[in-house]
Design a protein around this ligand. Structure first.
Ligand SMILES: [Zn+2]
Length: 490
């Protein structure tokens, strides 16, 4: 075909994101979309990328992020595009940056402080104002945003340690409607966290009630991921059935030594319920978790590392036991001195992580915390770790299967039309990488590092990452969830 395109990616092996086997093909881009896939040896282009010996994949979709503020404060999105991510799902775990119709408490209510410890970024009185800000100054990545139930509680309630009153529920429901009208894709909860722990199941159902008519989705960091994990799954499924929307179990895991191995039970339970209602889940590929520092979470961990501390910032990166020893305090006393703070908790079993990753409907997410001083390495390394360590190294699944979990599966579950797949007409979100070398460089000791083997990343047809650095282009869009009759998988 003798045609001229904006961009040509030649000589690569295409993995199209559907789970199908790879094939050799050139990919042509015109504007924001893929114009042709096939033999384009006679075509010309303004920019030609030689992908000889490399994989050309749909750009990765990060199913679980806390990038609500990062997109505004550091729109190059280096932690994400450096690992091949082109779209992020934000507003997870009940915490979204918007809407905040009244002043954010000082100090910022944990875990909302994971988005901004100072509080100044909680400046959007409506979700529409937030979407306007993202659209006016786009980031390098696309995003699809959830509105957080904990944010709604802090935004509307006088006392979040209680169940919401009927009028508070009505106020939250109005904010859900406003968010969905503005382009939110659904509601997230974090029922384990202080601002939401007092919310009964019925409150969540009533707050989420408008979701069905907007074709929304319900994503949940469950009330319990340990001893009561089955009960928490049942609560999540009940909410999904009552509201009439698909459920996403966030960062699925089983925590605490006494629960190691129980992923066999949770996945069977999820699979059983999937025959009756739309459910899926995401997972990050590590056996340590990370969130705010809390004595409750320390209790069932074998080791804890502090990621940041407002009162003792010099302790970031040290183990809690070491901090307690240096300060000559008990663990409990040391926690008190450090708060507010963040931590990494070693409390999972890699056999469970592997079993969850292998599950057919598990999407890959980072759950990265971009504002932590010493973040969990999942922020920079999750996707290449799945491709390198778990797929190539351990042979957990094929490269095609791994990529499906990062692209086509995720686009289908979140209703992101023409994303997560390589075919003519789809948006040109693409990641080019070396399957022999791809892997994470971020470690627990040195968590801020661009991954290995990612050769180039394009978002909406524009190069956002090449030669190991951001290009400076910021072509990201705010994506809406297309109204799907069921949770169609592309
Ligand atoms: Zn969470």
């Amino acid at each position: 075909m003798n045609t001229h395109y904006d961009v040509l990616i030649i000589n690569g092996d295409v993995v199209d994101g559907t789970g199908s086997a790879r094939f050799s093909a050139d990919v042509a881009i015109s504007g924001e979309r893929i114009a042709h896939v096939g033999d384009l040896s006679r075509a010309t282009a303004d920019k030609v990328i030689d992908a000889s010996g490399l994989i050309v994949s749909p750009g990765f979709i990060d199913a679980h992020t806390h990038d609500d503020r990062l997109m505004l404060s550091d729109g190059d999105m280096s932690p994400k595009v450096s690992q091949g991510i082109t779209t992020v799902i934000g507003g997870n775990c009940g915490i979204s940056l918007a809407p905040m119709p009244r002043n954010i408490p000082d100090p910022v209510t944990p875990p909302l402080n994971l988005l901004d410890e100072q509080g100044g970024w909680f400046r959007f009185r409506s979700f529409a104002q937030y979407v306007d800000a993202l659209s006016a100054r786009p980031a390098a990545t696309n995003c699809a945003m959830l509105v957080g139930h904990s944010t709604l509680r802090v935004a509307t309630m006088d006392d979040v340690t209680k169940a919401a009153t009927a009028s508070e529920i009505a106020a939250m429901r109005e904010l859900v409607i406003e968010a969905m009208e503005a382009g939110a894709i659904g509601v997230s909860t974090g029922l384990v966290y202080p601002p939401a722990v007092a919310a009964p199941t019925q409150e969540v159902i009533e707050v989420c009630e408008p979701l069905a008519r907007y074709g929304g989705i319900y994503c949940t960091h469950m009330r319990d991921e340990g001893d009561r994990v089955i009960e928490s799954l049942d609560e999540s499924f009940l909410i999904g059935r009552q509201v009439g929307v698909p459920v996403v179990i966030s960062h699925h895991k089983v925590v605490g030594v006494q629960n190691h191995g129980r992923s066999a039970e949770t996945l069977a339970h999820i699979a059983d319920h999937m025959t009756r209602q739309p459910i899926c889940l995401d997972c990050y590929p590590y056996d340590a978790s990370s969130t705010i520092l809390s004595a409750k979470l320390v209790a069932n961990s074998t080791r804890v590392t502090v990621t940041w501390s407002k009162s003792l910032p010099e302790m970031a990166g040290l183990d809690l036991s070491e901090i307690a020893r240096r300060m000559n305090l008990s663990t409990e006393q040391a926690i008190e001195k450090l708060l507010p703070a963040g931590a990494i908790y070693y409390r999972m079993d890699d056999a469970d992580v592997q079993r969850i990753l292998r599950f057919d409907d598990t999407m890959i997410g980072t759950d990265g915390l971009p504002h932590d001083e010493k973040p969990h390495p999942r922020l920079w390394g999750s996707f290449p770790r799945v491709l390198g360590h778990y797929s190539r190294g351990l042979g957990l699944f094929s490269l095609e299967k791994a990529l499906h979990k990062m692209t086509g599966l995720t686009a289908g579950k979140f209703g992101l039309i023409d994303r997560g797949v390589i075919r003519q007409g789809a948006f040109a979100d693409l990641t080019i990488f070396n399957e022999q070398t791809v892997g994470e460089a971020a470690t627990f000791a040195q968590p801020v590092a661009a991954s290995i083997g990612i050769a180039g990343v394009l978002v909406n047809g524009s190069v956002v990452w090449e030669e190991g650095r951001p290009s400076g282009q910021r072509p990201g869009k705010v994506l809406r969830r297309e109204h799907l009759p069921a949770d169609t998988v592309q």
